[in-house]
Design a protein around this ligand. Structure first.
Ligand SMILES: Cc1cc2nc3c(=O)[nH]c(=O)nc-3n(C[C@H](O)[C@H](O)[C@H](O)COP(=O)(O)OP(=O)(O)OC[C@H]3O[C@@H](n4cnc5c(N)ncnc54)[C@H](O)[C@@H]3O)c2cc1C
Length: 541
């Protein structure tokens, strides 16, 4: 392996954080496993597989290395948006959002979304995991089993909870420190609505219908703990692991119903890498369906229309795109000092009875304007303000779809979010905004709130117009290659993450989740990486 002379040149070579990454592979080189995508799931999987020195692993990533202050310092996370560290997808027009197109970024580079995100550690609710286990018919996806994965993943720094929290795992997790009074007031305001307060957002609270707490975060000594840094970086240099950045997977190589490698593009040149055991797609909920479709695995009518030879008719590929929608509501702030970093230190969850026992709503706070361009035009945010950001899950009728716009691997896919297509989701959005208004206008937040800016009304028509202009993604794209039972014709992979009808090909990332978890999706994506490692190790030794 030689030094990566990619984007940062000589200056970056002096950095103590710089890793000696591969800068080429031979055309036709063979590895036991090829893991495609070095994001939250792929990093966990590649790191776990490479722990066995007898196993060779190629980890391919389209983006660059992670030697970047915007990765290390979680307070700089917004600076990653629009940079080379993100795929800056833009959705198709959505008639339910007044024809708006949404910015729809995902992470790019070593660590993927886990290197650019806001550093919230949110593990998913018991009901999420139990519903996955039920949908795939395998208790190994259930909460009880997943708690074991979390105990292995975490090095928990908060109040001891040995039943639920791990110690000594790769990810150092702690409750947010030095909580600013704005966030304490937010928690007081949430409690005043009847929501109970918990010690941690990821302990017993993830077994209740509602709750509020200081958030947990994957930050240690001010440095973000990325899945890549914590699972892979220490193994870079091992002879059995090749990490190849700046390399894009164009398609899976398939013969007689079996995957035997991938076609990749590096510096504009196509190359092939072969896998003697398995190819795993961990390209995220937008990247994975795009590569499956380019490989001839997808809806046969769509493949034919794109001129791609049909290898396997799997109609669910790219469908069921799930996410949280975010509904930022703004208050002008008083002269009381506001926190400087834009990361929320508190969170609350609640349910509306759609899925009894499963919270549908989550809310964070930003001490800054965090609104869509259309909402900003309608309700200009003052210079000093804070934003309450309720978010909600979508019902089935509002799920979206990812399709190819071109067979070129670097051309953005077409993404339809379909947000708010289901009329019941409009009703839920109105109730989410009502809860934000109750907390934002509560006595607890009065010292911080000079006046409500948006929506500042309870009139249904006004709030509905506000909602359709305000909706934004929470960047929790999931579900586009979802797991399901063998007789579930819309599922893409089975409970063991194997692509239906194809041997030697698995998917391990947020795209396999049948629905988005209650809050953020990095930790659940890491569990998918852990499950994939558990499955592959059990099957291949
Ligand atoms: C701005 C932002 C803020 C977020 N905030 C939080 C948060 O605070 N907490 C939280 O839990 N979650 C957060 N998330 C979500 C979380 O980061 C993702 O859900 C999670 O990283 C998904 O993991 P993944 O492995 O499925 O995909 P990713 O982490 O996206 O990894 C996929 C990788 O595959 C690579 N790739 C894609 N296509 C190709 C190709 N053809 N060839 C080669 N490589 C390719 C990508 O570059 C990427 O590195 C945030 C996401 C974003 C974008």
């Amino acid at each position: 392996m030689s030094s990566d002379s990619g984007q940062n040149g000589a200056t970056a070579a002096a950095s103590p954080h710089r890793l000696e990454l591969a800068d080429h592979i031979d055309d036709g080189a063979t590895f036991d496993y090829i893991v495609c995508g070095a994001g939250s799931s792929g990093s966990v999987l590649a790191g776990r597989l490479a722990a066995d020195p007898a196993v060779t692993v190629l980890l391919v990533e389209s983006g660059g290395d992670d030697d970047d202050e915007r990765v290390r310092d979680p307070d700089l996370w917004p600076a990653n948006l629009g940079s080379e560290r993100t795929w800056d997808h833009v959705t198709e027009e959505n008639t339910h959002l007044n024809g708006r197109r949404l910015a729809y970024a995902t992470g790019r580079g070593l660590g993927g979304g886990g290197a650019v995100n806001a550093g919230v550690w949110a593990r998913g609710h018991r009901s999420d995991w139990d519903s996955f286990a039920e949908q795939v018919g395998d208790p190994a996806w259930g909460y009880a089993h997943v708690l074991g994965h979390y105990r292995n993943i975490e090095d928990w720094q908060g109040a001891p909870d040995p039943e639920r929290r791990g110690s000594g795992g790769p990810m150092r997790i702690r409750p947010s420190q030095d909580v600013h009074p704005l966030f304490s007031a937010f928690l007081d305001g949430a409690e005043a609505t009847g929501i109970s307060r918990f010690d941690s957002a990821n302990g017993a609270m993830m077994e209740k219908d509602s709750g509020c707490a200081v958030r947990d975060e994957n930050i240690h000594d001010g440095v973000r703990q990325t899945p890549f840094r914590r699972y892979v970086a220490d193994r870079v240099g091992q002879p059995n692991l090749t990490v190849l950045p700046h390399t894009t997977v164009s398609r899976v190589l398939l013969r007689a119903g079996r995957a035997f490698g991938v076609e990749i593009v590096r510096e504009g040149k196509p190359l092939r890498a072969h896998a003697s055991q398995e190819v795993v797609l961990s390209l995220g909920a937008i990247g994975t369906p795009a590569v499956l479709i380019r490989s001839g695995i997808g809806d046969e009518a769509e493949l034919r229309a794109a001129g791609i030879p049909v290898v396997q008719h799997v109609p669910g590929v790219g469908r069921n795109l799930d996410d949280h929608i975010r509904l930022p509501c703004v208050w002008e702030a008083t002269d009381v000092p506001l926190p400087v970093p834009t990361r929320s230190q508190a969170v609350c969850f609640w349910e509306d009875g759609t899925r009894p026992g499963a919270p549908e709503f989550v809310m964070y706070v930003s001490p800054a304007p965090s609104v869509s361009p259309e909402s900003a035009a309608q309700y200009p945010p003052p210079e000093r303000c804070f934003t309450l950001m309720p978010a909600m899950r979508l019902r089935g009728g509002s799920r979206g779809r990812v399709r190819l716009a071109s067979t070129d691997p670097l051309t953005r896919p077409r993404i339809e979010t379909n947000f708010l297509a289901d009329p019941d989701d409009v009703r839920s959005a109105l109730s989410a905004v009502a809860m934000a208004r109750e907390i934002g206008n509560s006595a607890a937040l009065r010292p911080f709130a000079k006046r409500e800016v948006s929506p500042a009304s309870s009139a249904t028509d006004t709030v509905e117009l506000f909602v359709r202009n305000a909706v934004e993604t929470y960047w929790h794209q999931s579900g586009t290659a979802r797991m399901g039972r063998d007789d579930d014709t819309d599922a893409v992979v089975d409970a063991r993450l194997k692509v239906h009808g194809i041997d030697g090909l698995r998917v391990a990332d947020a795209s396999v989740l049948p629905h988005v978890t209650v809050a953020n999706t990095m930790a659940p994506s890491m569990v998918v990486g852990e499950r994939a490692a558990e499955i592959l190790t059990a099957e291949h030794g």
